[in-house]
Design a protein around this ligand. Structure first.
Ligand SMILES: [Zn+2]
Length: 106
């Protein structure tokens, strides 16, 4: 499977947030999280289960699975604490990309 379902999704998801033409959708590789930006905001996205351009069903997001995997395999020092303070330890690179979920067959 390619990273994107269609050329339009690729075009808009890869666009930089500071692009004057506007950024409407985003793809977070590490959490497999496709989102669309609310009007007036190019910083906060709302999860979308289907592509707004071609209608394809997008892959399941992995927000909870990523956190559970980090907690189970590495421990709580790699996640923000209950007060949302930064983690005590630096996350391994695989958890910053799609490497972690591809390695686990998700
Ligand atoms: Zn699409």
């Amino acid at each position: 499977m390619t990273k994107y379902c269609c050329e339009d999704m690729e075009l808009y998801a890869e666009r930089d947030v500071d692009d004057d033409r506007g950024k409407y959708v985003d793809y977070d590789l590490a959490e497999r999280f496709f989102s669309i930006y609310a009007a007036g905001s190019n910083r906060y996205g709302i999860h979308i289960p289907y592509c707004p351009f071609c209608g394809s069903k997008l892959p399941e997001l992995l927000v909870d699975e990523r956190w559970d995997t980090i907690l189970t395999e590495l421990g709580p020092d790699y996640l923000p604490d209950d007060d949302n303070n930064p983690p005590k330890k630096e996350l391994p690179e695989e958890f910053k990309t799609d490497e972690w979920w591809k390695k686990r067959g998700l």
